[in-house]
Ligand binder design. Structure first.
Ligand SMILES: [Zn+2]
Ligand SMILES: [Zn+2]
Length: 887
């Protein structure tokens, strides 16, 4: 496909599109159902079908793609299952908004029409995120793309529901749930967002007798719920109530008598130590109510309006009721005080209406027995969570799980497969739709109108996407999956559910061997990206501007375990230089290598050749260990250092002279073959991180055939051992130190970078002598020398600056190179300036007033400045002394 040379500059645009289409066409992303090759599988965390690619998705999918591409290079049979989630409420809201713009409502359409409308929307504009994932380079097996509402997955949902119901693990019951009075549906805990709000804490006295003076004072932020109180609770250990004999108390405004109960749950530090108990409108009170057998009357209905339980306040909106009830209490002298308070209020993640905890009839999964197995799987190490500090969160979550409310009062989703008989009240739950009551034969049976929580279907994702309940080859080959890659913010919730469903339905097999939890992507200052802060970076914009490869490499380079990724365009720009560096180095290499240069004669390697092959082996190992150990930043950093510094800065420079030797010399041909091999392997090592540019170059390399995707990862123990070469590393290390030493002198003495200088070396060490002689041209070239000669102990030069490496001393002649007088003046001036600055800063640090008042961060900064200046001062002073002694 490619041409036989590279363009002058790398332009990602056309190249990315070209290769992505090529890979798809060649079927490189496709897994084999059955194969002799070792399997490797990942299921994608399905993005919402309404979703738009954000930084979190980008990091999540780049990590998965790195692993999949790496495993293919190892020759494994890789399955990466993609797909989207139907996202019940979110999608319903999108379509409802669209209808509203046309002046229509879902009620006008009716259930069936509305659902058709959602499918139409999905076909036209849903799933845009899939194409955005392709822009990233995601190598998913697109032929196997799934959707949580497609037929196969819906069958799996049905089967799971029926089985859990028959096992007594699904039940219908009264329960406290999060309710959105605007969307009129139950919300999962996850669908509630918390926000700090200004509120008041109201202290209300409940008298022991109607109209009485003595009583208990309760503190609440939500006085409107008092009408639903069925007890006041105190802690039995609280000394303040030790002599209290009353067992009943009067609920003001409605004058209803309720019991006083004792429970150690009550926090003696909060308010007055007396707690009003409203089981129908507070989840903790609900638990207390269950424990003490209290009534649970609802006083706020599903619209957020007070019902007849609120007496004279019936018909008021809940917030209006709060105002009026407080005013009425004040009038009666029962409001003791109100204190301003900041507290966190839950609101609906779709419409931001305050959530109302409320009791209602819902369907539940009894999670106890399921959670136990899911916990055990991690405790026993069958599933490993990386990094391991997340284990604690996992167990905490599992141990404190409430029963899972799975019904939602919306239309878009899997309709609950429960039918009820109006005559005999039988409940029918079967795998196929019933047409009549199985008990009495009544034909007028009615299906439940609620649909299942979206998480119910996504909890089955790892096995439902592989064809369960059928016993498919795919499941046999790829289940359990190798790893699930997820962010910790919301999807932990989902991981736990998959663990429960997986261990229950797949014969105790875990859904994944590893769970890798990555960090969040934040802005460059470590702040969360949000629309309101205006600091959101759009991944697609970044790809347009810098190319997918630079973007992917940036994500990988900063994806350290347990640390958030601080993303900025300038960081991506930095890695675009890296892409360009690779591009330019390849262009240079391609000018010198030909298809003939493929055979390396290992007996005729030069020292730099031996050294670069050895470093390449070490780098391959580091990349391998980094990717397999979920330390993607370490893998990225290893290959970056190798390519940029060892390959481009050192090796190419050292190898250059060989290329210009006479045609046919062994050194010339062998070094070309080494260059070709090293470049080829660099492309393979980089491919998981930067798939596009590596493919473009690989296709043009004379020594390679076909796609980099079909190449072999350049690491196995044999290659590694044959290339390890401690002697070469040691000897090259000496040469590099020597060159660096001369370069340091150049910069200290302020010698122009382009000026060629004379250097004499003295050493008594014969091995060093030989090494220097053999690498003379490399040293001359890289240290920008006019000449390099040995000298004897009795003819050491005067007026030369020195640097010492091992037993060798380099004498850099300064005669005619620098103007001594001028340089002495310059350094003296700089010393004066530095001394002044240093004195100033020392004064500041000796000033007690400053040390007392300034914030610690400021003091630390000044101290750091001081240390830096002191170091500079010392250096300038030493340079001045040195040059004075030479003059
Ligand atoms: Zn809502
Ligand atoms: Zn019946």
């Amino acid at each position: 496909m490619g041409s036989d040379s590279l363009d002058k500059g790398y332009d990602p645009k056309g190249i990315e599109e070209k290769w992505y289409a090529f890979w798809i066409e060649q079927g490189y992303f496709s897994a084999e159902d059955k194969s002799d090759r070792a399997p490797f599988s990942i299921v994608i965390p399905p993005p919402n079908v309404t979703g738009v690619l954000h930084m979190g998705h980008a990091l999540n999918n780049v990590i998965q793609d790195i692993m999949c591409r790496y495993r293919r290079l190892l020759g494994q049979n890789v399955l990466w299952v993609p797909g989207t989630d139907h996202a019940g409420i979110a999608t319903q809201n999108v379509v409802e908004r669209k209808l509203a713009a046309q002046g229509r409502t879902r009620d006008q359409l009716g259930r069936k029409e509305f659902i058709d409308e959602v499918w139409r929307w999905r076909k036209e504009s849903g799933g845009a995120i899939i194409n955005q994932l392709k822009r990233l380079g995601a190598s998913c097996d697109w032929d196997r793309e799934r959707f949580t509402m497609d037929e196969g997955l819906s069958d799996a949902v049905r089967k799971v529901f029926v089985r859990l119901y028959k096992e007594g693990l699904i039940y219908e019951g009264q329960y406290i749930i999060n309710w959105c009075p605007r969307c009129k549906t139950a919300l999962a805990d996850l669908e509630v967002e918390y926000e700090e709000k200004d509120a008041y804490l109201y202290y209300i006295r409940y008298p022991f007798k109607p109209g009485g003076k003595k009583g208990l004072t309760v503190a609440t932020t939500r006085p409107e719920t008092m009408f639903g109180d069925t007890a006041v609770a105190v802690n039995p250990e609280d000394q303040r109530f030790k002599d209290m004999t009353e067992t009943q108390i009067c609920l003001p405004l409605v004058d209803r008598m309720i019991p006083i109960i004792k429970d150690t749950y009550v926090d003696t530090e909060f308010g007055t130590g007396a707690l009003k108990v409203t089981p129908a409108h507070d989840p903790n009170d609900f638990d207390l109510g269950e424990k003490h057998g209290l009534e649970k009357p609802k006083v706020i209905d599903d619209d957020g309006i007070m019902n007849d339980g609120a007496g004279q306040f019936q018909g008021l909106d809940r917030f209006e009721c709060r105002k009026q009830a407080v005013a009425a209490l004040e009038k009666l002298g029962l409001l003791e005080k109100k204190e301003p308070l900041k507290h966190s209020v839950g609101n609906c993640y779709r419409c931001h209406t305050d959530v109302e905890p409320s009791i209602s009839k819902q369907w539940f999964v009894k999670v106890g027995p399921l959670a136990e197995k899911a916990s055990e799987a991690v405790r026993s190490g069958r599933t490993t969570i990386v990094p391991e500090n997340w284990n604690k969160t996992y167990f905490d979550w599992m141990d404190n799980l409430r029963d899972w409310c799975i019904s939602r009062q919306i239309w878009w989703g899997h309709r609950i497969p429960v039918w009820k008989c109006p005559d005999c009240k039988a409940v029918i739950v079967e795998e196929t739709d019933p047409t009549e009551c199985t008990t009495c034969g009544c034909k007028a049976i009615v299906q439940e109108t609620d649909v299942l929580d979206t998480w119910f279907s996504s909890a089955l994702w790892p096995f439902s996407t592989m064809g369960w309940p059928e016993k498919t080859e795919l499941l046999k080959t790829f289940y359990p999956t190798n790893v699930l890659v997820t962010g910790f913010d919301i999807l932990f919730f989902w991981v736990a559910r998959m663990m429960m469903m997986g261990t229950h339905f797949m014969e105790d097999q875990v859904p994944f061997k590893d769970v890798y939890i990555h960090a969040l992507v934040r802005d460059e200052h470590g702040k969360k990206m949000s629309k309101s802060k205006g600091n959101v970076i759009d991944p697609l914009e970044v790809i347009d501007e810098y190319g997918a490869d630079a973007f992917r490499f940036t994500l990988a380079a900063f994806a350290a375990q347990g640390r958030d990724v601080k993303m900025s365009k300038s960081r991506v720009e930095g890695y675009r230089y890296f892409v360009n560096k690779l591009w330019n180095a390849s262009r240079f290499a391609l000018m010198h290598i030909t298809p003939k240069d493929t055979q390396i004669d290992s007996d005729k390697l030069t020292l730099p050749d031996r050294w670069i092959l050895c470093r390449l082996a070490a780098t391959s190992l580091a990349v391998r260990q980094g990717i397999e150990g979920y330390k993607f930043n370490e893998a990225a950093s290893a290959v970056y250092q190798f390519v940029w510094h060892e390959f481009c800065d050192w090796y190419l420079e050292m190898a250059k002279p060989c290329f210009y030797e006479k045609e046919g010399t062994c050194r010339r041909n062998n070094t070309r073959a080494v260059l070709s091999r090293v470049l080829e392997e660099i492309l393979i090592l980089l491919h998981p991180f930067m798939p596009f540019v590596t493919e473009e170059i690989f296709q043009i390399l004379p020594a390679t055939q076909g796609s980099v995707m079909t190449a072999n990862f350049p690491y196995d123990t044999d290659i590694y051992n044959s290339r390890r070469d401690e002697d070469a590393e040691k000897r090259m290390g000496f040469i590099f130190d020597l060159i660096s030493g001369i370069r340091n002198v150049r910069s200290e003495m302020n010698i122009q970078p382009s000026m060629k200088i004379k250097v004499l070396v003295h050493t008594e060490d014969e091995a060093e002598k030989l090494l220097i002689a053999e690498n003379k041209s490399v040293i001359v070239n890289l240290a920008t020398l006019e000449s390099l000669f040995f000298c004897n102990a009795d003819s050491l030069p005067q007026s030369a600056a020195t640097s010492v490496t091992g037993n060798a001393t380099c004498y850099v002649s300064l005669e005619g190179v620098i103007d001594f007088d001028k340089e002495i003046k310059r350094l003296a001036k700089e010393l004066e300036k530095t001394t002044k600055e240093l004195t100033g800063i020392q004064k500041r640090l000796n000033n007690d007033a400053f040390l007392d008042k300034a914030p610690e961060a400021v003091i630390d900064k000044v101290k750091a400045q001081h240390d830096e200046l002191a170091e500079k001062h010392e250096k300038v002073n030493a340079n001045l002394e040195r040059i004075k002694s030479l003059a």
